[in-house]
Design a protein around this ligand. Structure first.
Ligand code: ADP
Ligand code: ZN
Ligand code: ZN
Length: 756
């Protein structure tokens, strides 16, 4: 039978496109075969088949990636499919099955879905395995560390410190360059100075011995709360229950320790683990923690890996050389043959939703893999997504709570400051009186401060105080941002122009920038706190990948007193000397035109607050706002997720928003506005007809409307939203529209289920 219930393909189709080999390159090298009569109602996209191949008609197996009723070449030259392979067994089969499920579930072409699950094949040259060993005495190494610290050579410092830990054995070259993120230039410099040597060892892996293999850190003893969770999950695992879990625990409550304890069990039972972490939190500190515990059985996937390295990791996982893969979203496709566990840390993160077609939800993919491959899924978050929490409440996930900070650190005290009062008191500074006094206090105690600017909303735009005109990008229909070099810049397409002196619409000279950017805050800080050492982290200062790590490690080494940044700074890092966090304007994310704005605000505020007081000293958090009564702000301030959830889910239910109902976004796009509008009309007719045919009130159509940015990069975009409490109906609508797709030349259509 057809494996993927791909109804549209059965019956009249006589020809099948088949790939012989599982790799992205092979997708573009498919071969057409004829489907013999006896197999016509059995073969569909996704089927695994036996075929004669090449001059000698060698018998090989292939995968059908598409079927049609038209031959591409002379029919007499086509060969017949010999037979269907009986059983799905190999990991390749399962991953291809997953791709077809994704295509159905999220809407995309077959190739797009397949490209998600199979990596680009690169021939890896025979790798020499290298080891970095110290050439100087331990004392001299210590001297070098002091020198590097003085020069703020953070990469060098990190390497030398690691080397003192592993003085006798040295460090694996890959560990140093990939996991510790040390630049090759740093290695070259140290080699030149005779401090290290890069040794080529052919069989060093075996010479490392047991200690390195297992990692060498003794696990922390779990506290009662943690132990209860870990024991409970492990008991389910041993009984083969195959359940899914949500661990809700504030930042620092010890979720990661729980994950590691469950990972231990799964590995010991001979199965493999996928650990997903948002790329932005996939820091040196995190990786090192896992490396120390699990040694060489882990491998890390991040965007810095080349295609070849990625393929290498893929093969290692497939061959069972790796037991644990740590990585962002795409690591969910790691082809472990014996998967036991998928963990999604910080499951609420937007980066778990793919931005490209198929716009899959990593969570859903993980559940699907878990179900078909008998693996459990653990979600963890301090601020669970409404989707996951409501699934837990409905009993689809087993819910655990961690209520205390594990290391014994206290939660910070949170102060909500009403900015309207500051105005009444004639304080026109962006720092409220409370924040200013706490900042002075911390600076005098030599403790660190983080200032957070919530940039999810609009800010930095220029408008006319006389007529209200906003200066916009001529290509993107969004407001231009004023940079302090006096230029107006479009953040979508990069268009630039000089700042204007008068309003182009009415000529008024009262035109200026609104809101506060990170640069502006830095300027004001320098004015109000001239002796404080300030670091700034935003898109401008982190253009290169290293600068991001550089800024964080500088701050971590206390080379600055204050770190200013956007949401980038609130993730991952654990700064023990930070005892004050200031959120300068909490409201910005409340005003986005997104039904999730309250949820996003709650998440950002709790994460920002979670940065304070992670060490011994207790912390303070100051939230400045014009909306001190808003439930997202009030509940975030007291870490009361449950009250926030109750309030927010009520709103979602009332408005039929996810997770209460499901939503399908259909985007039509074209360079040709007229063609776009014509196609939009046609789609509308079809949608109305289709929805009527359901004959029920549980499908609702919204739109068409122009996209928030109607014209981007000279492409026009129209949007429909369809809401339904039944996901399958949305899938049916998607299938229907895909069939008719590209009727109008040059109009693209994209689907996004439960968009973010
Ligand atoms: P989360 O993942 O929830 O943010 P972590 O597992 O990273 O929390 O733990 C936060 C901090 O508390 C870490 O420094 C960790 O080493 C420490 N910690 C975790 N569990 C314990 C424990 N049982 N006893 C002592 N310290 C712990
Ligand atoms: Zn004007
Ligand atoms: Zn633009």
């Amino acid at each position: 039978m057809c494996n993927f219930e791909n109804k549209e393909n059965l019956g009249s189709n006589i020809y099948a496109d088949i790939i012989i080999d599982i790799s992205v390159e092979a997708l573009d090298r498919s071969f057409q075969y004829r489907i013999p009569e006896s197999l016509r109602d059995k073969v569909c996209a996704g089927s695994k088949v036996n075929i004669p191949f090449g001059k000698g008609d060698r018998k090989v197996t292939g995968y059908v990636i598409g079927v049609s009723d038209r031959p591409k070449i002379d029919v007499s030259k086509l060969k017949d499919i010999e037979s269907l392979c009986d059983k799905q067994i190999s990991i390749d089969d399962r991953m291809i099955g997953l791709a077809y499920w994704m295509k159905e579930q999220f809407g995309s072409t077959t190739n797009e879905a397949l490209k998600c699950v199979i990596p680009i094949k690169k021939i890896i040259k025979n790798k020499v395995e290298r080891q970095i060993v110290p050439l100087v005495s331990m004392d001299m190494l210590q001297e070098e560390i002091k020198k590097a610290a003085k020069k703020h050579a953070t990469g060098k410092l990190r390497l030398l410190e690691e080397l003192t830990d592993e003085y006798d054995r040295g460090l694996r070259y890959e560990l140093v360059t990939q996991k510790l993120n040390i630049a090759i230039t740093t290695l070259n410099a140290l080699t030149r100075d005779g401090i290290i040597k890069i040794e080529t060892k052919t069989a060093y892996r075996s010479s490392l011995g047991k200690a390195a293999e297992a990692g060498n850190i003794k696990p922390i003893e779990l506290n009662d709360e943690q132990k209860q969770i870990s024991d409970s999950i492990i008991a389910d695992y041993r009984e083969g229950k195959n359940l899914n879990y949500l661990i809700h625990g504030i930042t620092g409550s010890g979720k990661t320790e729980v994950y590691m304890s469950v990972i231990d069990e799964v590995i010991a039972s001979g199965k493999s683990v996928i650990m997903l972490i948002p790329e932005i939190s996939l820091t040196y500190q995190t990786v090192k923690r896992f490396y120390k515990r699990f040694g060489d059985s882990i491998s890390v996937i991040n965007s810095r890996l080349s295609a070849g390295e990625r393929y290498d990791q893929y093969l290692r996982a497939k061959n069972g050389e790796t037991k644990i893969v740590i990585g962002p979203r795409s690591a969910v496709f790691t082809p472990f043959d014996n998967l036991g566990l998928i963990i999604i840390d910080e499951e609420h993160e937007g980066s778990y939703k793919s931005e490209q077609s198929p716009k899959y939800s990593t969570r859903e993919v993980a559940f699907k893999r878990g179900e078909t491959e008998g693996a459990m899924v653990i979600l963890g978050s301090a601020t669970p997504s409404l989707e996951s929490y409501s699934a837990a409440k409905a009993g689809r996930l087993k819910l655990f709570e961690l209520t205390k900070r594990a290391g014994g650190a206290e939660l910070p005290s949170v102060h909500i400051i009403d900015l309207r009062d500051e105005m009444k008191q004639r304080n026109l500074s962006i720092f409220s009186r409370k924040l200013k006094s706490l900042m002075n206090d911390r600076l005098s105690k030599n403790e660190q401060i983080m200032l957070f600017i919530n940039r999810r909303g609009l800010s930095g735009f220029v408008n006319c105080r006389s007529c209200g005109n906003v200066i916009k990008c001529p290509h993107c229909d969004v407001s231009l941002n004023l940079h302090n070099n006096g230029r107006l810049v479009c953040h979508y397409c990069g268009y630039e122009r000089p700042m204007v002196n008068a309003c182009p619409a009415c000529g008024s000279p009262y035109i200026k920038s609104f809101g506060t950017g990170t640069q502006k805050v830095e300027e004001l800080l320098n004015k109000e706190f001239p002796t404080a050492r300030v670091l700034r982290m935003d898109a401008d200062t982190t253009k290169s990948k290293d600068s991001y790590d550089d800024i964080l490690s500088k701050f971590s080494d206390h080379e600055a007193d204050i770190l200013i940044g956007t949401q980038m700074i609130v993730k991952g890092h654990d700064f023990h000397k930070v005892t004050l966090v200031g959120i300068l304007l909490a409201d910005m994310s409340l005003y986005t035109s997104d039904y999730r704005s309250a949820e996003i605000t709650y998440q950002l505020l709790s994460q920002a607050a979670g940065r304070a007081g992670r060490g011994e000293a207790k912390g303070d958090v100051v939230i400045q706002t014009y909306n001190p009564e808003h439930y997202a702000i009030i509940t975030a301030a007291v870490h009361d997720y449950k009250s926030f959830y109750d309030e927010e889910i009520g709103f979602r239910r009332l408005m039929n928003y996810p997770p209460s109902w499901n939503m399908l976004k259909i985007l039509l796009a074209s360079e040709n506005e007229e063609a776009l509008l014509k196609e939009t009309d046609r789609v509308k007719q079809e949608l109305v007809g289709k929805i009527e045919s359901f004959g029920q009130a549980d499908v609702k159509l919204f739109g068409p409307s122009q996209a928030t940015i109607y014209k981007m990069n000279d492409i026009y975009r129209m949007i429909f939203y369809i809401k339904s409490d039944d996901y399958r109906k949305l899938v049916l609508i998607k299938d229907e529209l895909s069939k008719e797709q590209s009727q109008e030349k040059g109009v693209g259509m994209q689907f996004d289920f439960n968009p973010q």
